[in-house]
Design a protein. Structure first.
Length: 511
């Protein structure tokens, strides 16, 4: 009852006319920021942060949180309509969202993304409200060994992502891990894999650069080559009847959305994990558990719902360690943490006691922002779908420009632009050879976290490799990882054995 009383007081703050106006402005701005390739929630919050000093701290954090939420919704827009992830958190949405748009189901894909985001956000906010303290204790018990085991589990869920050829998937994961080591060594600080002492590689290879290159330019090159004539994008439209049909279709995905929500919230609250690994892991698990796993990557609506629920749930989960422990769970929450310090607030367990109005005003604003985001998102779907009517020649040029601007804007280095072109050609060649790109992207994202946690564990345990299976949580994750890794091979063996048993004999009949 005390939680409900505090939450009611929080709603009195967040539902004031001024703060409600800030929420609507924030989610709308975040929606367009998230939809712009190369921007995302980090850039949006960073741009707006200096403006927050003109409003009270509670209104400031509500504005930034609304932008954060809106950007999580908006990232799916360009992933579906252009095939370019609006942000790193939406890369998994591209895998099935873009094929759905190409089949004339852009409206359905956008509805699925909006509803899944709403479900993920709602479930995660409820979990945040009810279980903040115990979940903070669980997250605090995670050490480097558990982090390594969790990342290993993420990789093994993707073994079957490349269709029936698991070997190609493993090769792409290894390639991504190799690319993730480019830059300065985590322990010694020595440069490695910098390709002839090129200064641009000292800061490593940005995930966004790889994603924009492979899924932006690579897609354009592949489409141009495989299309004998300029492809005509289906004129998509959406009516209230289609909206209702889309909402009914989402009822059958409750299992996928529930799993993605809980997984996303749990992964999001782990420091340094964030929404991107959560979305990729949710997509991999959804594929492993789906009855129609063979249609993933070809326009399966589950492939849109799973990552969208997870990345929105993770965005809420990442706020938990920031508020309770003072540890940011993602780059965006790191900016929010910096803003709180500048406003004179000290994150940590005492914040709930000393500043209850601030804390519960923020928590209640997440409910408000979630409802506002889904309403604004669905209302603007006709505007986004209208972009599909653009001639392919114009769309091609626009995608290339967005790729270049999106790659240059975060770092403002021409080195990243050249890398985008290189990855575009590489992605095009890999796609021609039927190599899956998703595991490559996953490995580049999780590679640094995996290496850091692995080396930290070995240093702390003085080289004892058994430390990874001596801790209960770590051993559980590793056991699940082995199960997921072996499962596709066992299924393939059983399927092959059944086929051999049912093959009729081809020996000639003897009369």
């Amino acid at each position: 009852m005390e939680v409900l009383s505090l939450l009611a007081d929080g709603f009195a703050t967040s539902l004031s006319p001024f703060n409600l106006f800030i929420v609507i402005i924030g989610v709308t701005a975040g929606l367009f920021i998230g939809a712009m390739p190369g921007l995302g929630s980090v850039n949006g919050v960073a741009i707006v942060l200096p403006l927050t000093f003109i409003v009270p701290p509670s209104s400031a954090i509500i504005l930034l949180a609304a932008i954060y939420y809106g950007a999580m919704y908006g990232g799916a827009v360009s992933s579906i309509l252009l095939g370019i992830p609006g942000a790193s958190t939406a890369v998994a949405t591209t895998f099935d969202g873009r094929p759905m748009a190409q089949k004339g189901q852009a409206g359905l894909a956008l509805i699925a993304a909006a509803v899944a985001s709403f479900v993920g956000g709602t479930i995660s906010v409820v979990l945040f409200t009810l279980f903040a303290a115990p979940l903070a204790d669980i997250a605090l018990s995670f050490g480097p060994a558990e982090e390594f085991a969790l990342v290993l589990l993420a990789f093994t869920t993707f073994v079957g992502l490349g269709g029936d050829d698991s070997l190609k998937t493993i090769i792409m994961i290894c390639l991504g891990l190799a690319l993730s080591t480019v830059g300065l060594d985590l322990i010694s600080g020595q440069p490695r894999l910098i390709f002839g002492d090129m200064p641009g590689f000292y800061s490593g290879i940005s995930f966004l650069v790889l994603a924009i290159g492979t899924y932006g330019l690579g897609e354009i090159l592949y489409t141009i080559e495989t299309s004998k004539t300029a492809p005509k994008v289906t004129n998509a439209r959406i009516t209230f009847a289609e909206l209702g049909a889309g909402l009914k279709r989402m009822n059958s995905l409750w299992k996928t959305m529930s799993l993605g929500s809980f997984l996303g919230f749990f992964v999001g609250m782990l420091p340094a994990a964030g929404a991107t690994p959560a979305a990729l892991m949710s997509y991999g698990i959804a594929k492993q558990t789906s009855k129609t796993s063979d249609t993933f990557g070809k326009g399966n609506i589950e492939g849109v719902a799973a990552p969208e629920t997870a990345n929105n749930a993770a965005s809420t989960g990442s706020l938990l360690p920031m508020l309770t422990l003072g540890i940011p769970g993602s780059p965006t929450t790191a900016l929010l943490l910096g803003g709180m310090v500048m406003w004179g607030l000290v994150p940590g367990p005492m914040l709930f006691i000393e500043q209850p109005d601030f804390v519960w005003g923020l928590i209640s604003s997440l409910y408000t922002a979630n409802f506002a985001a889904v309403a604004v998102n669905i209302a603007l779907i006709p505007v986004f779908v209208w972009a599909l009517r653009m001639p392919f020649t114009v769309l091609c040029a626009l995608v290339v420009v967005l790729c270049i601007v999106g790659g240059f804007a975060p770092s403002q280095k021409m080195h990243d632009v050249w890398l985008i072109f290189a990855f575009g050609v590489g992605g095009y060649l890999l796609r021609k050879a039927d190599y899956p790109l998703a595991p490559l992207v996953l490995a580049l994202v999780l590679g640094p976290l995996m290496e850091k946690s692995f080396r930290q564990t070995l240093i702390a345990e003085q080289g004892n490799i058994l430390a990874f299976v001596e801790r209960p949580l770590s051993a559980t994750f590793i056991g699940l990882a082995i199960l997921f890794f072996v499962m596709p091979f066992v299924v393939a063996f059983i399927t092959g054995a059944k086929e051999r048993l049912h093959v009729p004999s081809k020996r000639p009949k003897i009369n």
